[in-house]
Design a protein around this ligand. Sequence first.
Ligand SMILES: Cc1cc2nc3c(=O)[nH]c(=O)nc-3n(C[C@H](O)[C@H](O)[C@H](O)COP(=O)(O)OP(=O)(O)OC[C@H]3O[C@@H](n4cnc5c(N)ncnc54)[C@H](O)[C@@H]3O)c2cc1C
Length: 52
Amino acid sequence: MLAIIENGLPKPETSLTITIAGAETAGLIAASLLKKAGLNVRIIEPNNRVGG
Ligand SMILES: Cc1cc2nc3c(=O)[nH]c(=O)nc-3n(C[C@H](O)[C@H](O)[C@H](O)COP(=O)(O)OP(=O)(O)OC[C@H]3O[C@@H](n4cnc5c(N)ncnc54)[C@H](O)[C@@H]3O)c2cc1C
């Protein structure tokens, strides 16, 4: 886990779009890591605010 936080996720071989449910801490961190790895990220959140 520390290695992923320090170095990021490995780059994917194909283009993918990932949908994340929830714009709280876990969802936002996952989205950040996936975006830095080059993936397309979409977050869905039922509330009108993000980040807790
Ligand atoms: C009263 C209280 C005070 C706190 N104070 C602090 C503080 O001062 N500092 C601090 O660091 N932490 C604090 N925390 C803890 C912090 O809020 C949590 O650790 C953090 O919110 C956890 O985030 P999470 O991503 O794990 O999940 P959650 O907070 O559980 O977020 C889940 C998200 O998913 C969304 N969701 C749920 N179902 C769906 C669905 N079907 N489709 C799409 N989206 C969905 C929800 O709307 C929500 O946005 C507090 C918690 C509480 C309860």
